[in-house]
Structure formats: C-alpha cells, structure tokens
Design a protein around this ligand. Structure first.
Ligand code: HEM
Length: 436
C-alpha cells in the first residue's frame, strides 16, 4: 500500500471540534495538511478526505456496487434499517427508484402554489418593526410544507398535532444524541431520561400517529398528491407494497434529511443578505419586476434569486462533507486504498477552492450568473449514486419561500456580529431580524 498523506491524530477533542464547527474546523485542517488528507482511522482502516476536482471525480467514479454507506450503523439507529441512508448496493438502488417519482420536475410543480400559500400563512401577522429569529420562521415554514406536501395532513387539528410531534422529534436531535449515534452503548433509555430516551419517545409518538393515518388511507384510498399517498401506492420490484414499518422509515428519512437542511439554508440566506445590502436590493428589484402576483414558476425561474440560494449553499452547505466506505481496493485522489477504507468527499473544500471561486469566503451571488460549475466544483447536494433525492425540490422550495417573503418584506439584521456555524453547518446561534 502507498504511504497515505498526513492528517490529524485520533483524539476525542478533535472529533468534538469537528462536530461543533464542521465548516471552520475542516477548512483549518485543509490549510494545515493539504488536500487530500488522512483522517483518524475507523475500525483500523484508513480514511481519506478530498475536495479537489480530481479527488471528487475519483470518489464519484467508483462503481456504486463498490461503495457502502460510511456510517450505516449510526443511520440505522437514527432512522431505521430500510431508510435510504442505511441501505447499500442493490437494495439502496431499488429503494431510491421507488422514492424518486414524487421528486420529478413535473410532479414538483404541483406543489408550487401550496408552498407559496403556506409561506403567506406563516407570515400573515408580520408588522413592520416585528423582531424574530430567522430559524424559527424558516423551521415553521419548512415544517408546514412537510406536513402538507409530504404527509398530506390538512385537517387543522391533525396538522397541529403532527406539528407538535415533528417539532419534538427535531428538538431531540441534539449534540447528546449525535454522541449516542457514534457510541452504541450510550443508546439506553436511563429510566426515561437522556438524549436517547427523548429520541425514542418522540419516534414512538410519531409512529403511532402515522400508523393511524396510514391505516385510514389504506381503508379509504383517494386521489391524492402527497408523498405519503404516493408511497402507499408504490410497488417494489417483486410487486409488493411497502409495509407500515418501511413507510414510517421512509417518511422519517425525508423529515430527517429535508427539514433542518432547508430551514438552516434559508436562515443563512437572510443572514448573508443582511450583510449585503446591494445584493438584497438587486434581488428585490428582480422580484418586483415580476409583477403583482407572479406564478410560482416565475419565481422558480428568477436568475438572481437562484444565484442567491446557490451562493448561500456554497458558503454554508448543510452537509459540509459526505462519507463513503469502499468494499474493494480503489485508487482515490491518487492513493491506493484497501477494501474497508473510508472516503470523505469534502463539499466545503470544493466550495472554498480559490481557483474555482476567487475570494471564496466572500458572499457574491453574481458568480453563479457569470459561469456554470461542474458537479465536482459545486455540490451542495452531494454526488454519485447517493446524491440528495430532494435536491430539485429543496432548491425549488427555497426559491418560492424566499421569493414570497422578500416580495413583501425586508429583513434587517438586529446585529451585524458574525453568527457562528453550529452542528451540521446550521447557524449555531439565533439569526435575529427585524421585519421592514
Ligand atoms: C437545502 C436543502 C438540502 C440539502 C443541502 C441536502 C443535501 C443532501 C446531501 C449532501 C445528501 C448526501 C448526498 C451524498 O451522500 O452524496 C443528501 C441526501 C439525501 N437527501 Fe437531501 N438535502 C436537502 C434537502 C432535502 C429534502 C427537502 C429532501 C426530501 C424531502 C432530501 C432528501 C434526501 C435523501 C432521502 C437523501 C439520501 C439519499 C441517498 O442516500 O440515496 N433532502 N441531501
């Protein structure tokens, strides 16, 4: 085996630093060790990190049958064994095929009007001078889209109960829970206390709510467009439908993957625009030029709005890196790695490559109007056979929510102090804004 490049040693403090500040820490490590870099070994096997164009090209060129999920066991504990996150190989490909149809462009457009209406409902009480936390607003809107579009729950009482259950599930995803996902023996309920107990309780409560909803829909099938209904109709390759456990795990996965990511990215947009008055003005001019009541499609096609979303996802990708495990020897970024080795595709390194993005730390949406980027240069949704299945939906949703809000209101930052990056690249402290 060739000698691998240098990297940080295996030290619990290093791991915690990486979790608490996944963007700053990873960028500092590249400065110190270069790209590619070795990460602490996992189960005695080497782990390599890369974010260069050539390195990422070699990661995503590995045949899917030779790639497993890097933290498969932790994902199984978090969202279940039939979740896309936990599966590998042929079972992963088959489940992806089943889950993809609701996210196709044509079907997504059915959701446009609903997303704009839900955004308006969540902001209907806004008055000039109102102070709010961007994350609270964006979580609320993103949760409403999940309740209506993914779960298809529309009766007010049921929707309110589901909102409570989903909020509790989201809040249970704490730093403590992340630790239990890494260290299996901490996964105990300790007489009902601790992060694992809280998570299990929240999961059980949501499961019993959804089992009732699924039983009702199976008993009274109707023409519906929500993703839960599409999953109930979907058939696996052997012609069978998904059972209740699989349905629950897929919904849990979509919630886990789609809620905090979208809400976090939208909160960062308000933060960056608050620091960039010229960009905010340009965006509001573009939105005003669309006329009094533009169709959702007009918002989705607004070029500067898309550039603002992309530039935010470049600087603050909700998953700054994605992991893979090789099940056969492969050459990655010029190094021979054995079967069982881990590979990190460092999205944040690619997004801070000065040869591709000059002055990489500067928020400048115009760069997305000046040129297009390859999937190895700009990849907020990951790549290869595990690329985010919600990518088109998430970008569409971001544009409609922002377009709808910013056509009516400006959001001024209460303080220009920098907001630190927290767990999973999300804002680590409240982004406080004043409605204008
Ligand atoms: C701004 C919002 C979002 C971002 C930045 C994002 C990013 C990502 C990334 C980086 C991955 C891992 C890709 C890889 O391993 O190469 C991923 C996976 C995934 N995402 Fe998203 N995501 C977002 C929103 C959503 C939404 C709204 C949904 C669905 C409702 C969704 C569903 C999924 C699923 C199911 C996977 C697992 C795919 C697989 O393993 O095959 N995501 N996402």
């Amino acid at each position: 085996m060739t000698t691998l490049p240098k990297g940080p040693s295996n030290n619990i403090l290093v791991n915690i630093q990486g979790m608490l500040d996944p963007i700053g820490y990873t960028l500092r490590m590249r400065e110190r060790y270069g790209d590619p870099m070795s990460c602490p070994k996992m189960n005695g096997k080497p782990v390599l990190a890369t974010g260069s164009v050539e390195g990422l090209r070699s990661v995503f060129a590995v045949p899917p049958e030779n790639l497993d999920q890097m933290l498969g066991e932790s994902f199984t504990a978090a969202v279940g064994e039939s979740s896309l996150f936990s599966l590998s190989g042929a079972r992963h490909a088959a489940m992806r095929k089943l889950l993809m149809p609701p996210f196709h462009g044509q079907r997504m457009r059915l959701y446009g009007k609903q997303i704009c209406d839900l955004t308006l409902q969540c902001s209907q009480d806004f008055k000039p001078g109102l102070q709010l936390v961007a994350q609270d607003l964006m979580h609320k809107i993103s949760l409403q889209t999940i309740i209506h579009l993914v779960f298809g729950v529309t009766t007010p009482a049921e929707a309110a109960r589901l909102e409570e259950l989903l909020e509790e599930l989201r809040k249970s995803f704490s730093f403590g829970l992340t630790i239990t996902l890494i260290i299996p023996w901490l996964r105990r309920e300790f007489r009902g206390f601790g992060p694992w107990a809280r998570r299990q309780r929240a999961t059980r409560d949501l499961r019993s709510f959804l089992d009732r909803e699924v039983a009702r829909r199976r008993a009274e099938p109707a023409e519906r467009t929500d993703i839960l209904s599409l999953l109930l109709e979907a058939r696996q390759e052997d012609g069978t439908a998904l059972d209740d456990q699989q349905i629950f795990e897929q919904l849990h996965t979509l919630l886990f993957a789609g809620h905090s990511t979208t809400a976090g990215a939208l909160s960062w947009v308000l933060y960056f625009l608050g620091h960039a008055p010229a960009a905010l003005r340009r965006l509001q001019d573009e939105l005003t030029a669309l006329g009094a009541d533009p169709e959702p499609e007009a918002l989705a096609k607004a070029p500067y709005l898309e550039a603002v979303c992309n530039e935010t996802l470049r600087l603050r990708p909700p998953s700054p890196g994605v992991g893979r495990k090789l099940n056969a020897p492969m050459q990655i970024a010029g190094y021979e790695l054995p079967a069982g080795a881990g590979v990190f595709a460092q999205i944040i390194w690619a997004h801070h490559n000065p040869a591709v993005f000059p002055e990489p730390a500067v928020f400048r949406p115009e760069r997305f109007l000046e040129r297009t980027y390859s999937p190895f240069e700009f990849l907020p949704f990951g790549g290869g056979n595990r690329r985010c299945i919600g990518a088109a939906f998430a970008l569409y949703e971001m544009k409609l929510i922002l377009g709808t809000l910013l056509r009516r209101y400006s959001f001024e930052l209460v303080s220009k102090k920098p907001v630190r990056v927290g767990l999973q690249g999300l804002p680590g402290s409240p982004v406080r804004v004043i409605v204008r």
